[in-house]
Design a protein around this ligand. Sequence first.
Ligand code: HEM
Length: 408
Amino acid sequence: MDVFDPRVFARGIPHDALRRLRDADPVSWQDEHEVGSWPAGPGFHAVTRYDDVRRVLRTPQDFSSWLGATQIRDPDPADLPFIRRMILNMDPPEQLRLRRLVTPAFTRRRLERFAGTVRDRARTLLEAVRGRPFDLAREVTDDLPLQNLADLLGVPPADRGLLLEWTNRVIGYQDPEHAVPVHDAGGRPVNPRSPAQLADMFGYARELTTRKRVEPADDVWTALVHAEVDGERLSPTELEMFFFLLVVAGNDTVRSALPGGVLLLAEHPDADRRVRADPRLLPSAIEEMLRLHPPVLTFRRTATRDVDLAGTRIARGDKVVVYHVSANVDERHFADPFTFDPAREPNDHLAFGQGPHLCLGATFARMQMLAFFAELLALPPVALHGTPRRLTSNFINGLTSLPLTWAR
Ligand code: HEM
């Protein structure tokens, strides 16, 4: 039951294997075998039940984001100090200090200001494909989150291609279609997250910071550049690392959530009809989409001490990987977990994580989903018109192609 290999996820979520792991081996050992030109790794514990995933995420003193950072593949030891400067890869109390500084930039009022633009954009993109078969991912949802993120950051629209290139370099590197392969002098693949591969992006972040100091605007980057809490400010390096994180975290996640939700509606026409008949169900339908199609499949932690989890002994220094995609359909926590119930209540899914690192962009992500689906549901229903193509990744639940046609 290999739930490590990124190619497994390209064929579809391995729900059968995950269910068997939840039942028989909820903290299972996974071999990190060689994949393509990537060398083998030391292996990890895969955590698949809801309660255990929650515990790992809420106990940073036992399961650290800092020790080995948060990606399944071990970073190059030389890059570790650099990666640890990102809030995502810190533990409290350092993480909380940064969190206090950046959180006020994401006020609901500021985010809501973008809602009208997001809706207009969604409408325009959908109008352009009306009345003909189309590829939702390629023609509509690949670009929408990128435009919205550029707005949020106050990046000129013309520069959003750069944001896409950086995202693809970091996230898509396991996928043959999205990868921008980078090799060292010996021909070995190089982790595209290493600082040397991202020099252009950091240069851009510095320029943006200078611009927002001179020409402040009502965007998140201006707010971050000027953020001050109890006399503390973000250092130039902290700003650069946060730019890096926002570019990556704010793009591919929503780019996965939108087609993921549409595919669910196309596969569940009854649910689609219920939401159309009662649009007040849209917010809870969106939570249900996030539960059944969590844009982030997994996150990694490292044990700080010997610890017992669901009867399995985890040794200090072991890699522990939580499976949001499994926790969200754990039959111990959700009744009829594979039923798409647009009115499900409560729906405490883990798509945005849990504990100190709970997603900082959740409000912005939900707002984009609400705007997009409000526009989509004003149009006739859609139906699958070919085979969807999935991203080769054990991290992002990506749909790179979603061929659809209008049902009427
Ligand atoms: C549906 C879309 C999204 C999903 C499913 C998602 C999911 C997540 C998850 C699971 C985490 C926790 C990581 C961990 O436990 O280590 C996280 C953290 C984070 N997310 Fe999101 N995210 C989404 C959209 C966004 C957007 C749009 C932004 C920014 C504009 C964003 C910014 C962040 C940041 C900054 C963190 C790090 C917080 C910290 O380390 O304290 N996310 N996200």
